[in-house]
Design a protein around this ligand. Structure first.
Ligand code: HEM
Length: 464
């Protein structure tokens, strides 16, 4: 059976949202030719059942990830082949579960710091909060990865270096994927500055990880000597070193795993929080409802948010999930079709690549006629049968899902307790680069709750 197909040789990534929406209109699997090399031909699937079938049955990453991205992240979980991935995923899941509980004090500290950093911006003109959120997220990732993350000069220097290097790796990978010319390694390496920028950035990240690795080895030795089961306080890197001792990882894999975790967590969480603030800034009644929920927590005067309290905030969860539904930072997932897969009338060729359209699927008519609207309330109903894949699906879904949701919730609660957020820009213009994000329209202003005196918006008091 012949599939409808389209050809995109230039600005392939930037056109991915349109391609997804086109595919959903056609209502079936489509073929996309994004380069001369047959490796750049993809099946594109948008139907929720099709997406679920592929994600649940095909676990191998596709060419899109194995070629260029794997050169950077090697055997890190996100890019490793299934044979390597399988033995590590379960072990890492157990570590992530522990970290979710053991990092809560440190995340509280980062929340307090973010609120203080935002203070000079309050009750002033609008500003772009991206930088503040990105620093808070990178610091939080550091506290989770490294055991001794004291907020000293060296910590700040490393955070700063990692932000710049991570952004540069992302820029270089984007250039590499952008069009058929840069797909060619000779052109990418010799005719763009991106290859050298990428190598320099990876060198910086490696240096920071290596420096911290020495400290972690010393910490690990101490814990062993004192025979204290101090595992509650250990960072992810320390656990990876234990897995290295069991020959599950080698030195290079440990570094690549940390690189991969920093890269996966930094952009996804920063863009999501930025989008959440923008949505709340332009939906003030939602913001009021959210603030009411947060204010109903016991001990609201305390800056610390206890773990038990986090699970009592269904509307806060709904606000974050609804933002992720409309603006998934990873708007598509690619997988290698390595076994027989039949989608409706089509049998996909084995060893082909398949793009799964998260963005389009999340806005599927199954969410109702208002699927494109921001309505967090829909998450308070039973959504189990609704199409949603912002964290992927199946065995190889996002390992950081629960951890990231609790981090984003803590940071959001901190901001909401202290400030009212307004959005002063035009609608966000979403741009698909490596991650889906807004390139404009994310200027907000903050008003300290303590200084807002019965501010009325559309006849409603938003600061009750
Ligand atoms: C808003 C937050 C996040 C979103 C929306 C998100 C989304 C995703 C998606 C869509 C995937 C691909 C899943 C698939 O192939 O089915 C993924 C994989 C992954 N994510 Fe996340 N992610 C987030 C936060 C994080 C964080 C904070 C970390 C780590 C600290 C992380 C680590 C990973 C890793 C390691 C993988 C690869 C998993 C594997 O191949 O087994 N993510 N994420």
């Amino acid at each position: 059976m012949l599939l409808s197909s389209f050809v995109v040789f230039l600005a392939f990534w930037e056109r991915l949202l349109d391609i997804q929406m086109d595919c959903i209109k056609k209502g079936s699997v489509t073929l996309l030719h994004a380069g001369i090399n047959p490796n750049y031909t993809y099946y594109v699937a948008c139907d929720p059942d099709d997406v679920s079938t592929v994600l649940n049955s095909c676990l191998e990453r596709s060419f899109l990830l194995t070629d260029h991205v794997k050169a950077v992240f090697g055997n890190g979980l996100a890019t490793s082949s299934v044979s390597v991935w399988r033995s590590r995923r379960k072990r890492l899941e157990a570590v992530f579960n522990k970290l979710q509980f053991s990092t809560d004090v440190m995340v509280n500290e980062q929340t307090i710091l973010l609120i203080e950093e935002l203070a000079p911006k309050a009750d002033k003109a609008s500003f772009d909060p991206s930088r503040y959120l990105k620093y808070a997220i990178m610091r939080t990732l550091f506290t989770m990865i490294f055991t001794e993350s004291q907020h000293d000069e060296e910590f700040c220097k490393h955070v700063d270096l990692c932000i710049k290097a991570t952004e540069n790796v992302s820029k270089a990978l984007y250039v590499k994927h952008k069009n058929i010319f840069t797909h060619n390694n000779f052109i990418f390496n010799n005719c763009t500055k991106s290859k050298s920028m990428q190598e320099e950035a990876i060198g910086i990240l490696n240096d920071v990880i290596n420096e911290n690795m020495k400290k972690e080895i010393a910490i690990g030795n101490e814990v062993e000597k004192s025979q204290v089961t101090d595992s509650e306080k250990l960072g992810l890197l320390n656990y990876l070193l234990k897995l290295r001792a069991e020959s599950i990882y080698n030195d290079d894999d440990v570094i690549k795993e940390i690189l991969s975790i920093i890269f996966s967590g930094y952009f996804t969480m920063s863009y999501t929080l930025l989008n959440v603030l923008n949505m709340l800034g332009s939906h003030l009644t939602v913001q009021e409802k959210l603030y009411k929920e947060i204010s109903s927590l016991p001990n609201t005067s305390e800056k610390i948010i206890k773990m038990d309290n986090l699970s009592q905030l269904p509307f806060s969860d709904a606000v974050i999930m609804e933002t992720l539904r409309l603006y998934p930072p990873i708007s598509f997932i690619s997988r290698l079709v390595d076994k027989e897969v039949v989608l409706g009338k089509y049998k996909l060729e084995t060893n082909s690549n398949c793009l799964l359209c998260v963005y389009a699927m999340n806005r599927h008519p199954k969410w109702g006629e208002d699927a494109d609207e921001f309505k967090p309330e829909r998450w308070l109903e039973d959504v189990a049968s609704k199409p949603f894949a912002s964290f992927g699906l199946g065995e190889r879904n996002c390992i950081g899902k629960l951890w990231s949701l609790s981090i984003m919730k803590r940071l959001l609660i901190g901001i909401m307790r202290e400030y009212v957020v307004y959005r002063n820009a035009d609608a966000m213009t979403m741009k698909q680069k490596l991650f889906l994000h807004s390139e404009s329209g994310h200027y907000i202003s903050l008003q300290k709750r303590s200084t807002v005196e019965k501010k009325t918006v559309n006849g409603e008091n938003i600061n009750k």
